[in-house]
Design a protein around this ligand. Structure first.
Ligand SMILES: [Zn+2]
Length: 493
């Protein structure tokens, strides 16, 4: 009999067991998120889910999977790290749900402060709301975030990586290449943002970019004057018709569950919970109406259709894991229809279509510049030994990019983890390039063509087996490039 060495690579059987466990673990987490955020369950009991899958999150499991398919290895490492700070995640969720503050005699829950700010026409009041929010963030949440980051920083060493940034490069994240492309986009669109951002602030809020403050930004994008162009009662029908044009009958999809019920504690924002992929995908909406709400619904519908069309016989790494720029890309493709001139002409009876498209392009410019700066920041953040020093770097790097003052207090809570920021950045490039391809092949109203639907369904069926770069190359022959986003924005302006 021969004894197995402790870190021998897993057998095919062990790998399959790990896949099954991973699939159920994510299913249970998604179900928990769904129940909590759809307002059907008061608490978010993520910790209990972690407890049920203890084996999955052990250090030995992560170490053993080092030579396994990268996505499984990454999942094991993220499970190990996530498990170490699961108590922090629970405390943060609890604090966010319970904290409240009083502004001008009115008591407002922490989670509603940004919404209140976006709906507040009075600048001084917005300032007071933001100051109250930042006090709560800094006093109650930042100490928990900081502790969690420090735990992660130590734990990464146990995964044999010098830091989190190096760990993600080992997972195949092209962080430096994407960052270099982002820096080019930032340089290339700097003047454009100064000019167009200034115009947008002036037209909507009557102030220049140089006068804008953090509490003005949420108000800028809230744009209540656009609400009447995007009415509540037409939102779901517009989605249904758009999908019908692509050959999809939303209500006939047995694996798609529309949750339209109004519940007091339901999340005001649409979301998608792929509890089983492709078997049970929840699309949760509390229709409020307005441009933001329409964009959120179409975005989440993009995720929903992607997961609902994914082939069930693919391994879990292709159904649930993989390159998140793929599912975000499908979401962006749907989301951006809401400001697409040809789509607006077909689906909504609105005047000033070109103006809406231009607004859409300037908003995209803001978000691309913000996320490009976030990536540069996170690359520094995850290499530093001195985390508190990053507080000022955060405000510096994002301020340079957006040309307005940034709250240093957000230096921790503005990090999504797992370098998800590159998923969004690359999804914008994927969307820009795929849209360009669809328009050249099928015309500006590609979204109303059955051929487009056939192609999308075929691509959706692949799940996230191929990366966004691979999908794009296979379909269009082109390389995924951040510069395409700048081009798309210029065209819209
Ligand atoms: Zn998304």
């Amino acid at each position: 009999m021969s004894a197995e060495p402790p870190n021998s690579s897993p057998t095919p059987r062990e790998l399959d067991q790990f896949r099954d466990q991973a699939d159920s673990f994510i299913r249970d987490l998604d179900e928990e998120y769904y129940l909590h955020f759809s307002g059907q369950k008061e608490t978010l009991d993520v910790e209990q889910v972690y407890e049920r899958y203890e084996e999955l999150t052990k250090l030995e499991t992560a170490q053993k999977l080092t030579g396994a398919p990268t996505e499984l290895w990454r999942f094991a490492c993220e499970g190990f790290l996530g498990n170490l700070t699961r108590e922090h995640q629970a405390r943060l969720a609890q604090a966010e749900a319970e904290l409240e503050t009083t502004v001008d005699g009115e008591t407002i829950p922490y989670r509603m402060l940004r919404v209140a700010m976006s709906n507040e026409p009075d600048r001084d009041k917005r300032k007071r709301l933001e100051e109250a929010r930042l006090r709560l963030l800094d006093e109650h949440l930042n100490p928990i975030y900081l502790d969690a980051v420090q735990i992660d920083q130590e734990a990464v060493h146990q995964l044999d990586a010098p830091n989190y940034y190096e760990l993600y490069k080992r997972f195949g994240f092209r962080l430096d290449e994407v960052a270099a492309e982002c820096q080019e986009v930032l340089d290339d669109t700097e003047r454009l943002w100064e000019r167009e951002g200034d115009k947008l602030f002036r037209s909507r809020l009557g102030i220049g970019l140089d006068e804008a403050r953090p509490w003005d930004v949420v108000r800028l994008f809230r744009a209540p004057e656009l609400d009447k162009l995007y009415p509540n009662d037409q939102m779901l029908p517009a989605l249904e018709h758009t999908l019908t044009d692509l050959g999809i009958d939303l209500h006939a999809q047995e694996n798609v569950h529309l949750d339209l019920d109004a519940r007091p504690s339901k999340s005001p924002r649409a979301f998608c919970a792929p509890i089983e992929v492709p078997g049970k995908v929840m699309l949760v909406i509390q229709p409020i109406g307005g441009k933001d709400d329409w964009e959120a619904l179409f975005h989440e519908a993009g995720h929903t259709e992607h997961y609902a069309h994914t082939r069930g016989d693919l391994p879990v790494e292709a159904r649930r894991l993989g390159d998140m720029a793929v599912t975000e890309g499908w979401a962006m493709l749907m989301q951006h229809l809401v400001t697409e001139p040809a789509w607006l002409n077909r689906r909504l009876d609105v005047p000033r279509v070109e103006e809406l498209a231009r607004d859409g392009a300037v908003s995209l410019l803001y978000f691309v510049r913000r996320y490009a700066a976030k990536l540069l920041y996170e690359i520094e953040f995850f290499q530093t030994e001195d985390i508190p020093s990053m507080r000022n770097r955060y405000a510096e790097i994002l301020g340079d990019s957006l040309k307005l003052p940034i709250n240093p207090e957000s230096y921790l809570d503005d990090i999504d983890g797992s370098f998800y920021v590159t998923g969004y950045l690359r999804s914008w490039a994927f969307e820009a390039q795929l849209r360009e391809f669809l328009r050249s092949e099928l015309g500006n109203d590609w979204f109303a063509k059955r051929d487009a639907g056939d192609l999308l369904r075929e691509l959706w069926s692949l799940g996230q087996g191929p990366t966004a770069d691979e999908l794009l190359r296979d379909v269009t022959g082109a390389k995924l490039e951040m510069a395409s986003v700048a081009e798309r924005i210029r065209e819209g302006i």
